[in-house]
Design a protein around this ligand. Structure first.
Ligand SMILES: Nc1nc2c(ncn2[C@@H]2O[C@H](COP(=O)(O)OP(=O)(O)OP(=O)(O)O)[C@@H](O)[C@H]2O)c(=O)[nH]1
Ligand SMILES: [Mg+2]
Length: 272
């Protein structure tokens, strides 16, 4: 078999399939991603100078045609200067089309994602945090249920599967489980990780749901979950790895964000 086939191309799949068979291919997550498909990767960024270049490199190296929409949420740590520099360099190629948007003040992750999603034109739209907690090499797994026509929305779950998860804060874990459970009570969905960064949408869902979003900060996660649930779309979960960071390493989320998430779960759970 020739080894120079682009991963996830038809010829790559055919080659592997003829060697190991269709069933093992399926079990190993080997499938065809249509060549013309465009994945929009929306990256909200606030003060991520240390990790931005590394995450961008990881995103770019995923063998899927992509539109990468970076949204700077008025960073003050040198991220803006770094983005300006990237803008000046040749940052787009056949597989990666890069766009950078700037907020004129700091609004929060929710607003940054809304700005990015509003600008995205791909067939599938995915959210990617700008730290290194989530691994872009898992995109092919995440988008598979959408490509196969089974799902309209996919949530990556840090609480499913046997991928590596960094062992960190117990109370955060409990907080996450609690927020997901309360959210499920309102939405009647059996999600395991409502707060996950990896939320993936078919373009039609973005067009329907995003114009309704109001939350600027982390209330975005329960709000979009409630709105997706209300839209009666088909939702899947996919296990993902998680390389959580500690507060010493830059973790920013705190208990206030948890309280605000709880409020949003109730608010958007009760009414539109
Ligand atoms: N904290 C924070 N993040 C923002 C903001 N605007 C955009 N972001 C981006 O939103 C993404 C998620 O933020 P994080 O602070 O990593 O939130 P998290 O992953 O839930 O929590 P930790 O990583 O544990 O702090 C990152 O890419 C941030 O750069 C903002 O105003 N505050
Ligand atoms: Mg993070």
């Amino acid at each position: 078999m020739e080894l120079d086939h682009q991963p996830y191309s038809q010829s790559w799949y055919d080659g592997l399939c003829s060697h190991i068979g269709a069933i093992p291919c399926r079990q190993l997550g080997i499938y065809v991603i249509p060549e013309e498909l465009v994945l929009s990767v929306v990256i909200p960024i606030f003060n991520e100078e240390k990790t931005l270049e590394a995450i961008l490199e990881r995103v770019r190296s995923v063998p899927i045609r992509k539109e990468i929409v970076l949204v700077d949420d008025f960073s003050s740590d040198g991220t803006r200067e770094l983005l300006k520099r990237l803008e000046g360099e040749t940052t787009s190629d056949d597989f990666n089309h890069l766009r950078i948007l700037y907020h004129d003040r700091n609004y929060g992750k929710g607003r940054a994602v809304r700005t990015g999603m509003g600008d995205a034109t791909g067939d599938i739209v995915l959210i990617q945090d700008a730290d290194l907690e989530y691994d872009p090499s898992e995109y092919p797994r995440l988008i598979q249920p959408i490509i196969e026509g089974k799902a309209d929305v996919v949530y990556g779950s840090r609480f499913l599967g046997d991928y590596a998860h960094r062992v960190l804060y117990f109370w955060h874990y409990l907080g996450n489980r609690f927020l997901t459970t309360v959210s499920n009570c309102f939405t009647n969905l059996n999600l395991t990780d409502m707060e996950t960064c990896y939320k993936v949408f078919r373009r039609e869902v973005v067009a329907e749901v995003v114009p309704k979003l109001k939350q600027n900060r982390f209330g975005f996660e329960p709000e979009i979950t409630a709105r997706v649930a209300r839209s009666k779309r088909r939702i899947y979960e996919m296990s993902i790895s998680y390389s959580g960071r500690s507060y010493e390493e830059g973790k920013k989320i705190g208990w206030r964000d948890g309280v605000s998430a709880l409020w949003c779960i109730v608010r958007y759970g009760i009414s539109d």
